[in-house]
Write a protein that binds this ligand. Structure first.
Ligand SMILES: [Zn+2]
Length: 203
């Protein structure tokens, strides 16, 4: 039984879980702590979580336990269900056994969901960067327009498209999302590269 805990912890990071359960996590992994009255993000989530305000600390299972008031086993079961993890809670968990054949429908679905979450994270981040650029670098005179910050132009070109993409991904049926992902795979890859590039130049 202890192995299913390990399997879940390997499959889902606290950061994934926090976003999944509706907590807004910033680019650097900070969020408002759900375990104390946190006005400014003082919790760091990655594989585990740690709150610099109240000292809450633990792994993804502890996180779900505390959020929903569950036992460790129930929190683990919840994660398996919510993330469609290919872990059978009745059978002993053997990572090397059949896990290498990733062709069951559930695993494909799970892979898709992970891919989608990742894509959405990047789209949201890119949207935010462009939104700020459009606001902060808006030219006020024709001369400024001539020499405006390239990010401002990038924002004008891409902001609406990114907005539509986020909307499509968040508010359509699974089949539509699968279609969408196939069509926009390359655009999403470019967005990821661009966000990483922008982050590298800014940090
Ligand atoms: Zn806290």
């Amino acid at each position: 039984m202890t192995n299913i805990f390990k399997g879940v912890k390997e499959a889902v990071s606290t950061r994934d879980a926090a976003s999944f359960y509706g907590i807004k996590v910033s680019r650097n992994g900070m969020c408002q702590c759900p375990f104390h009255n946190d006005r400014h993000p003082s919790m760091k989530v990655d594989n585990r979580f740690h709150c610099f305000g109240c000292g809450a600390d633990g792994d993804v299972i502890n996180f779900v336990q505390q959020m929903f008031g569950l036992s460790p086993l129930d929190a683990t079961k919840k994660l398996i269900a919510d993330f469609n993890l290919p872990i059978d809670i009745k059978a002993p968990y053997k990572p090397d056994d059949k896990a290498k054949k990733p062709n069951t429908e559930q695993e494909e679905l799970r892979a898709f969901q992970l891919y989608k979450r990742d894509a959405l994270n990047y789209l949201h981040e890119y949207y935010y960067i462009l939104h700020c650029a459009k606001r902060d670098y808006a030219p006020h005179t024709p001369e400024e327009l001539e020499n405006c910050n390239p990010l401002f132009e990038e924002a004008l070109h891409n902001l609406d498209m990114i907005d539509v993409m986020i909307e499509e991904l968040e508010n359509t049926t699974l089949n539509e999302q699968l279609d969408f992902m196939n069509t926009y795979k390359e655009v999403i890859a470019r967005v990821k590269n661009r966000v990483n590039e922008l982050n590298n130049t800014r940090d």
